[in-house]
Each structure stands twice: as structure tokens, then as C-alpha cells.
Design a protein around this ligand. Structure first.
Ligand code: HAM
Length: 529
């Protein structure tokens, strides 16, 4: 909450208001039309999924999963959750038999509910949870033994600190049992598309599954221009048994056609191949060995990445690391024969489609599922967050998520926020004023006629503002100007008597009287739809 108790949107998220929202609609509609001509159909996906889906596909060690995901326990509300909280809050003292009795009773009830929860699958059943539940039972036995020992001999033997440790252990075990699945707001949608592909057996469909999606994604990044915590993507994926390089090239072609239609200027396509599980590990070791030699000259992030993921060092934007990175071994020199042939053919296929590109050996992408082709598109006007789209091939992902090993995949996601920003910076974002007609009426009889005329104009596709209450003439026409309506249609007693309306073109104040049927053809001639 901000000052004076007013609410504000949460940091890193924002409202998209008119007239900008009209540009968003135009961009999304153009994407639907363009992708449709390539045979893609829309998939609507859930906003949240099991956290594990993203951990396994995007990669546990990636920034997206390890630092940026909004994940939480999907807690079933009810008695069991209340008991879990009560156990955490309980004050238990060996001096107070009452506190021990209440705690033991709560724990006993909780343990019973956990056992039934596991058997009814309300609580996920895993080896770890079985261990926690057994631990709880053991804790309960200790407490019951303590209750049966009125002379406190046992307390004497373990001491106060021993007792506190037992209670703390029981609390920790009770806390560790999840009350529901761990779920996450999606940080990206490729994992969801693959999950849906497997879940619905789409490998049985004829040909490739060609799917597109639009919608919000969530990453807890540091907000700045072009980087938000809720941002939007327009993405597309092709899943099927073929990894023909022509698919890679056609997916990129589709993207470039969309950008052309949207008149996005200055977009630069970067492509690379990051090899496969046969050749990349050897390259990564060569790279790691070279990085170790220059370790001391690198920043903290890169030093850490030498261990966790040396490829990501190539992504570094740090000024002083650039000269060092330029000397590092390049993956192109370490591709296996299959990957080299695939990459050469992707480039040839891009050429066949007249698509210009830059090869960028440092383009490694921040998600673990990629192999072979990777690509990114930058656009002007975006500052440091200039990647407007990223994508690539992910042939092993379907298998990794439990689907058929024969299914291959490739796709991309456009950052819609960035695409819109770039279009706006280039002056492509302007949207025409909303109203074709401002219908100014004066008097009760004119209002009745105006309601009918507004209905017919809207049915004919014109956008009409009809004042809800009567206004003075000057005020009403002033509002028409401020709304930037293209025409004011004026209806008063004189017009009603003569069976006409007065039409004023607000761009030049020219005015004429027209019968209704002439009004329609006049408006059409002014604003062909
Ligand atoms: P990504 O590179 O993580 O790839 O994201 C794709 C695009 O989303 C980026 O190029 C950028 O335009 C936009 N984007 C990412 N994070 C933010 C943010 N915090 N704020 C604004 N825009 C952002 C993926 O998400 C993959 N799933 C793409 C893909 C689909 N690969 C294969 N299929």
C-alpha cells in the first residue's frame, strides 16, 4: 500500500491501459493471423504448474528456477493446516504438564490426519514424506513415555536442553510435511506445452503438432525498462518426429514475417548451434579448462559459473570480461559431425527463404533444454534489454518429461512488452482516435431518436459515443472535441422536424445537414472500414 492507504500495483508488474492496449491487441491479432497461415493453432495453458515441471525442464541450476520463480505450497485449508500451524506456535515447557498434554494431543491428531492424508493422496506421497511421518510417530512415542513418567526421571536423564531439542525436532518434522503440492507461476511456457503434448497423446496426431500461445509469464527479476516480473510472451512450438533443418528455418521465417507485418524495423537475427549431448560436454570441459586459466580476471558471477555452467560465462555483459571472452574456444570448432551438418543446413535453409542473420557463437541461452539451433532477435529502442525474442531446438525435452524419445521440438517466445516498446519507439505505436461519431442530442424527443440512431450506427460498425444525460450545446460539442471524435452528429428539435441530422466534421468544422441514409454513406466515405 502506498501513501494515504491507496493501493498500487506490485513492484515489477503494471497495468496496460488504453490506448496502448489497442496496440497490444493489434500485435496479438497479427501474430494469430500470421501463425495461422503456417498451420499453427492456439493452445491455452494454465498459469501455474507443478514446480518440478520447470525445475526439470528449464533446469534446477538456471537463474530462472533457482532465483526467479514464484513458487508456493498449494496448502489445503482446513483442520490439518490449522494443526500444523498450532504445532509451530506451541510453547512447550517440561515444567508445565498441561503444555505437554496439549502439545501431545495436537500432535497425535496431526499424525492421524497426515497418515490419512497420505493414503487419500491429499498429501503427496514420497519417500521423504514417509520418513518425516515415521519421525513424527517416534516423537509422539517419546512424549507419551514422558507423560507416563510422573517422577520426571527421564527428564533428569536428558536435561532441559535435551527436552528442547526433542520438541524442536518434532516441530521441524511437522513443518516439513507439505500440505499440498509445490506449484509455481509459470516463468515460461515451453515446459507447459510439452507437458500438454505428452498428457494428451499429441504424438498420435498426423504430422507435427504446431502450437502457439500468448499470455503472462512470471519471473522475480530486478525490474527495469523492458524487464518486468509479470511480462507477456507470444510463443510457438513445433513438436514431432522430425528434426529436419527446414523446420528450424520455417519457424524463424514465420517469426520474421510477423515482424515485417508489424513493421518492426532494425530487428537483427542471431543464430548459433550449441551442439548435442554427444559433443557439448567435451566442449564444456575445454571451455572450463580455459576459464580456469583466466579465473582471477573474471567477476564473481563468472567465477561461480566456471563450476555450475561455463557456457553461461559467454553471456556475460561485463565490460572488462569482453576481451577475455573473445579469446575463448568456440563451440563451432567442437560440434560433432551430425550437429555441424544440421547447423550448415539450417543456415542454407534460411538463405533459401531470403532471411539474413548473424552468426553469434556466444548465443547460449539461459535455459537448459536447448540443443543444436539457438536464436535470438534484438530490436532497437530497448536499451540493455534488447532481446525481443529467443528460441531454439530442444530435442531431448519430451523424453525428459516422460514422453516418447522420438519426439523432437523447436520453438520461440517473443517478449510482447519489448516488441510493443520497440514499435512505440519507432513511432509505429500510434492508434487512431476511438470515436467515429459523437451523437449530441438536445431534448427528450431527440434523445429517443438518438438512441435508435446510435443502435443502427453501431450495427453498421461505427464507434459511437452517446451522452447519457442532456448537456448544454457548447459543453457537449466541447466534449466531442476533447474525445477527438471525428464527427459530431447533432440532433435537436429543428433536425427532428426536418427529418435530418446536422453533421459536423470536427477536423475542419465543416457542417452539413443530411437524411439518415445519406449520413451512413457519408460516414463511410470519410472513414472506409
Ligand atoms: P526466454 O529467452 O527466457 O525464452 O524468453 C523469451 C523472451 O521473453 C525474451 O527474449 C524477452 O523478450 C522476453 N522476456 C524474458 N524475460 C522477461 C522479463 N522479465 N520482462 C520482459 N520480457 C521478458 C523462453 O522463455 C523460451 N520458453 C523460449 C522458447 C520457446 N524456446 C523454445 N520455445
Amino acid at each position: 500500500m502506498g501513501d494515504k492507504g491507496k493501493f498500487q500495483a506490485i513492484k515489477g508488474v503494471r497495468d496496460i491501459l488504453p490506448p496502448e492496449s489497442a496496440l497490444w491487441n493489434r500485435v496479438e491479432q497479427t501474430a494469430r493471423e500470421t501463425f495461422g497461415t503456417f498451420g499453427f493453432a492456439e493452445i491455452r495453458l494454465p498459469i501455474f504448474e507443478q514446480t518440478e515441471l520447470f525445475a526439470r525442464s528449464v533446469g534446477q541450476e538456471t537463474d530462472i528456477v533457482s532465483k526467479e520463480m514464484y513458487s508456493f505450497e498449494d496448502r489445503a485449508q482446513g483442520v490439518i493446516t490449522a494443526m500444523k500451524d498450532a504445532i509451530q506456535m506451541a510453547m512447550v515447557s517440561p515444567d508445565s504438564p498441561d503444555s505437554i498434554n496439549v502439545f501431545t494431543a495436537t500432535l497425535k491428531r496431526y499424525e492421524t490426519l497426515v497418515t490419512t492424508g497420505i493414503s487419500s493422496a491429499e498429501i503427496p506421497n514420497s519417500a521423504a514424506i514417509q520418513v518425516y511421518a515415521a519421525g513424527l510417530r517416534h516423537g509422539l512415542e517419546i512424549l507419551e513415555r514422558f507423560q507416563r513418567d510422573p517422577e520426571n526421571k527421564w527428564l533428569e536423564s536428558i536435561g532441559f536442553s535435551g527436552f528442547s531439542a526433542i520438541i524442536a525436532g518434532i516441530k521441524a518434522l511437522a513443518f516439513a510435511i507439505p500440505m499440498g503440492e509445490n506449484i509455481a507461476l509459470r516463468p515460461e511456457a515451453t515446459a507447459s506445452v510439452v507437458r500438454a503434448y505428452i498428457e494428451h497423446g499429441m504424438q498420435m496426431l498426423p504430422g507435427n503438432a504446431k502450437l502457439y500461445y500468448t499470455g503472462p509469464m512470471f519471473r522475480r527479476e530486478r525490474p527495469q525498462k523492458g524487464r518486468y516480473r509479470q511480462f507477456y510472451q507470444i510463443g510457438a512450438e513445433v513438436l514431432g518426429s522430425s528434426d529436419a533443418p527446414g523446420i528450424d528455418a520455417e519457424v524463424i521465417e514465420m517469426l520474421m514475417r510477423l515482424f515485417e507485418r508489424l513493421k518492426l524495423k532494425g530487428a537483427i537475427l542471431n543464430v548459433n548451434s550449441i551442439g548435442c549431448k554427444n559433443c557439448r560436454p567435451a566442449y564444456v570441459e575445454v571451455l572450463r579448462a580455459e576459464l580456469l586459466k583466466v579465473r582471477e580476471q573474471l567477476g564473481e558471477d563468472s567465477k561461480r559459473r566456471i563450476e555450475t555452467n561455463p557456457l553461461r560465462v559467454l553471456d556475460s555483459k561485463l565490460e572488462h570480461e569482453q576481451a577475455i571472452i573473445a579469446t575463448l574456444p568456440r563451440i563451432a570448432d567442437h560440434l560433432c559431425n551430425d550437429c555441424r551438418v544440421h547447423y550448415d543446413e539450417v543456415k542454407r535453409q534460411l538463405g533459401l527463404r531470403g532471411i539474413t542473420y548473424q552468426e553469434n557463437w556466444r548465443l547460449v541461452r539461459g535455459l537448459d533444454y536447448y540443443m543444436r539451433t539457438t536464436f535470438e532477435i534484438t530490436a532497437p529502442g530497448l536499451g540493455s534489454q534488447n532481446a525481443v525474442c529467443g528460441g531454439g531446438r530442444y530435442d531431448g525435452l519430451v523424453e525428459l518429461l516422460g514422453g516418447p524419445a522420438t519426439t523432437k521440438g523447436i520453438g520461440f517466445a517473443i517478449g510482447t512488452d519489448r516488441l510493443i516498446l520497440s514499435l512505440q519507439e519507432a513511432g509505429e505505436g500510434a492508434t487512431p482516435s476511438g470515436y467515429d461519431v459523437y451523437l449530441a442530442w438536445f431534448g427528450a424527443a431527440a434523445q429517443t431518436a438518438a438512441i435508435g440512431l446510435a443502435h443502427r450506427l453501431r450495427d453498421a460498425g461505427f464507434t459511437v459515443e452517446l451522452p447519457a444525460a442532456e448537456m448544454k450545446f457548447g459543453k457537449s460539442l466541447g466534449l466531442a472535441d476533447r474525445l477527438k471524435a471525428r464527427h459530431a452528429v447533432i440532433m435537436g428539435d429543428d433536425e427532428l422536424a426536418a427529418g435530418v441530422v446536422t453533421v459536423k466534421r470536427l477536423t475542419d468544422s465543416s457542417q452539413q445537414k443530411l437524411a439518415e441514409q445519406d449520413l451512413f454513406s457519408y460516414l463511410r466515405s470519410q472513414n472506409p472500414k
